[in-house]
Design a binder for this molecule. Structure first.
Ligand code: CAA
Length: 262
């Protein structure tokens, strides 16, 4: 694998079409300092741009997906430094990825760690997962999208409770709230389950998968009428792809489609 090597992130290919990106700063429970965050966003971007890859899995360690932004690194920042360096703006790199990202969360996903997981398209949790926005206990609020994404995902009052009390939610409650797709309780574990979902997605037409992701994400940005129009146009445009012809022909001929991602 000709992948770039990163200091704080391990990149592997459990399947030729799947990139597994593992946060690897164990001494600080994967706290996200500038170098770590830059490695994560670059590794994801590299996988996103690699034509052999169809989906990415993002995970941490058994103990922590990520325990948040690095408090030691940011504690002495002044307003001007935070503002002028546009602190946390590299978060946007991840929200612009075009290929599906599955997050596999074990242990702590706190603060910026939960916000990172919330950027994924599909979120699977181990029974050990502990999710929270404890920034209030540090005298701040979430700065990586937590207030907006949680409110949309689990509703106003649950988001308020998490953000205003800092209460940490366990895997079961997160599943009940729809904060995660599901808790993976089988013995192969959450990373293996996430790889399976990624393999499943990577085995579809990548053009159709990208269009599906774009359309669902538009639901969070556009009015219903505009979103429906975008969906319809994307749907129409897929009739210009070879994969649409192949997919529908394969159905009619009762065989598996051979996608060319074109
Ligand atoms: N930043 C920097 N270092 C961190 C860290 C963080 N967010 N979280 C953990 N660490 C470090 C600890 O300082 C400790 O380092 P030392 O051994 O050098 O002291 C090491 O990781 C292990 O942590 P603990 O000894 O604390 O482990 P624990 O099992 O007792 O507790 C924990 C685990 C409950 C997750 C605890 O570490 C904790 O509360 N961490 C901070 C969580 C937090 O507040 N996150 C939000 C950060 S703010 C933010 O993310 C802003 C944003 O919106 C982007």
């Amino acid at each position: 694998n000709a992948s770039i090597r990163y200091e704080n992130v391990l990149v592997s290919r459990p399947d030729p079409a799947v990139a597994l990106i593992t946060l690897n700063r164990p001494k600080a429970l994967n706290a996200l300092n500038a170098a770590h965050f830059s490695d994560i966003s670059m590794a994801l971007k590299e996988a996103d741009e690699n034509p052999d890859i169809g989906a990415m899995v993002l995970t941490g360690s058994d103990k922590a997906f990520a325990a948040g932004a690095d408090i030691k690194e940011m504690k002495d920042k002044t307003f001007s430094e935070a503002y002028m360096s546009n602190f946390l703006s590299n978060w946007e790199v991840i929200s612009k990825l075009r290929k599906p990202v599955i997050a596999a969360v074990s242990g702590y996903a706190l603060g910026g760690g939960l916000e990172l997981a919330l950027q994924a398209d599909i979120l699977l949790a181990a029974p050990s997962a502990k999710l929270g926005q404890p920034e209030i206990n540090l005298g701040v609020i979430p700065g990586g999208g937590g207030t907006q994404r949680l409110a949309r995902l689990i509703g106003k009052s649950r988001a308020m409770e998490m953000i205003l009390t800092g209460r940490i939610v366990d895997a079961e409650e997160a599943e009940r709230w729809g904060l995660v797709n599901r808790v993976v309780r089988d013995e192969n574990g959450v990373v293996e389950a996430a790889i399976k979902v990624a393999q499943d997605i990577a085995g579809k037409s990548r053009v159709a998968a990208a269009a599906g992701k774009e359309a669902v994400n538009a639901a969070f940005e556009l009015s219903l009428a505009e979103g429906l129009r975008l969906e319809r146009r994307l749907f129409h445009s897929l009739f210009a792809t070879k994969d649409q012809k192949e997919g529908m022909m394969a159905f009619a001929e009762k065989r598996q489609p051979q996608w060319t991602h074109s």
